[in-house]
Write a protein that binds this ligand. Structure first.
Ligand SMILES: [Zn+2]
Length: 213
């Protein structure tokens, strides 16, 4: 069983107290779904001392290995990548729909789809290598017409619907769209074998290693 602390979109002041009070002591893995200051992610890594994998959101800087402000120290940027961590097969697709011509980490539906084809190829190769199907896909954006919104900036990416159909992850964790009523039913949707969860602002999820593949 892997206990995951997933965070997204909003700094929760209370999390500092909870982390310092060892509330998250048995957390094995931190997943970041974007639009969070990297200092916040770095704080969680240093206090909890567990691996961090994250994707950038549309409010995050463009990744640049030369600039330490453009990534979270001690964490791994999972955008367009896969990883095997704690027996879980992870993949990440960062960014949101393009709504500003000069926006960073923003993609048209076509661009995002192209990225998802490239990611799917890696997922398929590693599915063979790891001998298991994808456990968790993390993204910033929600899928199209699932937990998304009519406003253009919050339209979901069809690339994620494609990955749900093809890679069939057990979980998709996303951010970007906020639900202030904190009603669990509004934040969790199942499509096929995939449980889609809006992480905003944080969730603790226990994932068993499952039977594969
Ligand atoms: Zn966002």
């Amino acid at each position: 069983m892997t206990k995951v602390l997933a965070v997204s979109d909003q700094v929760v002041e209370r999390i500092y107290t909870l982390a310092a009070n060892e509330h998250f002591q048995d957390v094995d893995l931190i997943l970041g779904c974007g639009d969070l200051p990297y200092t916040y992610l770095e704080y969680l890594v240093s206090v909890l001392g567990v691996p961090l994998y994250y994707v950038p959101g549309n409010h995050d800087p463009r990744y640049d290995a030369e600039h330490s402000l453009s990534y979270a120290e001690g964490g791994s940027n999972l955008d367009m990548k896969t990883a095997l961590v704690n027996g879980l097969f992870l993949a990440g697709l960062g960014g949101s729909i393009r709504y500003r011509p000069d926006g960073v980490n923003q993609y048209t539906q076509g661009q995002a789809s192209f990225r998802s084809y490239r990611l799917l190829l890696q997922i398929m190769i590693n599915q063979v290598r790891f001998g298991r199907k994808l456990d968790v896909l993390i993204s910033h954006s929600p899928p199209f017409e699932i937990h998304d919104d009519d406003s253009h900036a919050h339209q979901g990416l069809k690339a994620l619907n494609f990955l749900i159909r093809t890679a069939q992850p057990r979980y998709l964790f996303h951010g970007h769209t906020h639900f202030f009523r904190h009603n669990l039913e509004e934040c969790v949707t199942q499509v096929g074998r995939t449980i889609i969860m809006n992480i905003f602002p944080y969730k603790v999820i226990e994932i068993d290693e499952g039977v594969e593949s």
